[in-house]
Unconditional design. Structure first.
Length: 425
């Protein structure tokens, strides 16, 4: 818009948009949008004065939000990128994809229904692969030889797993030991902010098993859901995924490297339904094996975590060998989510498939369908994200036999703008 002081005043063009002023508009718009859905803003550690001062309207002002995000997207497309440095080009590319996700989310909040794959592409910049359930049936056959007993595999697995449940009164000691070790291993490779810290809380009635709430200035609140029994392997899984070198480290490095050092304010907000989440979840899962290569993990668990939990470590090797095979069934959950969210199967059918292919107990399978209801195609970020991160790190030399290089490449990933398609270039 042009401002005219009087009929003879010279009209002045508005300042040309830059990524910095577009970032401010983007962050403020997301913060306002977050007033209508608490899941949208996963973390914010930008200027306090950017937060909304006006209460939300009674209904979502869809046209207003769409216009704002579309204008930001168009302005980004008009920037002269020829003189951009490589970091600025990565920033610009990711910024555009984040805005596309914001536009898509607004449309979904308005009621737009998207097929699972299209939704995943628009929100997370990735198209999940498709597998026939027959692919997973062959994996089930191999597990049939591994699990003791006869009959239903899921029930046999549940019976076998009972010997690895952490007693409720020992959960805190086990988790704190796992987090401490994960932190020490990460600090041996990464100089984290001096003030970085976290708090652990145990909660119930959640659709997830663990959650990291990054609060800024290197601080996180980590919550562990105790609705269901927690097996010993979840201690290191959650310590790494939610903490070190997972979500806590990822957010701390983004804050330190991109927000504070480079002034890229769009990274002061973490919109959950965006390409950033695929990198966040994928790196958090892959970070488990970065911090705890297989044999090191089993050694630490047998010597430290099993005794703390009062468990017998004699079956540890066998248990983890079976877990590795079960992990190959992870993508079956995506197929269940695709069919369920596309309306091809009912909740009960989805739960039954999760029991069969992912070895959930029935009540936990139903909890997982509630996760799908709430977060929809977000489910791809865990397994597909992990696979894409793994391929990227290994392609750059971060293989299992080069652990130092793996830590190095992994840190570069955590500290810079990346989306799924950017990993595949």
């Amino acid at each position: 818009m042009f401002l005219v002081a009087c009929s003879t005043a010279r009209q002045e063009s508005p300042a040309k948009p830059t990524m910095d002023n577009l970032a401010e508009r983007y962050v403020k718009a997301l913060l306002r949008l977050g007033q209508y859905d608490a899941d949208i803003v996963d973390a914010y550690y930008g200027p306090e004065e950017w937060k909304p001062t006006q209460p939300r309207q009674d209904t979502l002002p869809v046209a207003q939000f769409l216009r704002e995000f579309q204008e930001i997207y168009q302005a980004l497309g008009q920037l002269n990128t020829h003189a951009f440095s490589d970091p600025d080009r990565k920033r610009w590319t990711m910024f555009q994809k984040q805005v596309v996700a914001a536009i898509t989310k607004v449309e979904m909040m308005q009621g737009k229904k998207l097929p699972f794959d299209e939704e995943a592409q628009l929100l997370y910049d990735a198209t999940p692969p498709k597998y026939a359930f027959s692919h997973f049936d062959s994996l089930l056959l191999s597990l049939d030889q591994e699990l003791p007993g006869q009959g239903d595999l899921a029930q046999r697995w549940a019976t076998y797993q009972k010997q690895f449940v952490i007693p409720r009164e020992k959960l805190d000691a086990v988790f704190k030991a796992a987090i401490h070790e994960a932190r020490q291993r990460t600090l041996a490779h990464y100089p984290l902010p001096a003030q970085e810290n976290f708090t652990v809380e145990y909660v119930t009635d959640k659709p997830w098993s663990g959650y990291n709430y990054f609060k800024g200035n290197g601080y996180s609140l980590i919550q562990i859901n105790t609705d269901f029994p927690i097996q010993i392997e979840r201690a290191i899984d959650l310590a790494c995924h939610e903490g070190y070198p997972g979500h806590h480290v990822f957010n701390a490095l983004l804050e330190q490297e991109l927000v504070k050092k480079r002034g890229w304010k769009e990274f002061s907000i973490y919109p959950l339904f965006s390409p950033q989440s695929l990198i966040a979840e994928g790196s958090a899962n892959y970070g488990i094996q970065v911090a705890f290569p297989a044999q090191e993990r089993i050694k630490f668990e047998k010597e430290v975590l099993f005794p703390l939990a009062g468990l017998n470590p004699a079956e540890a090797e066998r248990y983890y060998a079976i877990l590795e095979k079960i992990g190959k069934l992870a993508f079956a959950g995506n197929e269940v989510a695709r069919q369920y969210l596309n309306g091809q199967i009912s909740r009960e059918q989805a739960a039954n498939l999760l029991v069969k292919y992912n070895f959930y107990q029935q009540d936990k399978a139903l909890q997982r369908t509630r996760f799908m209801d709430r977060y929809r195609s977000y489910v791809i970020n865990y397994n597909l994200g992990q696979e894409l991160v793994r391929r990227h790190v290994e392609a750059l030399g971060g293989t299992a036999d080069q652990p130092e290089k793996r830590w190095e490449v992994f840190r570069e990933l955590l500290s810079n703008p990346y989306t799924a398609s950017m990993l595949q270039q």
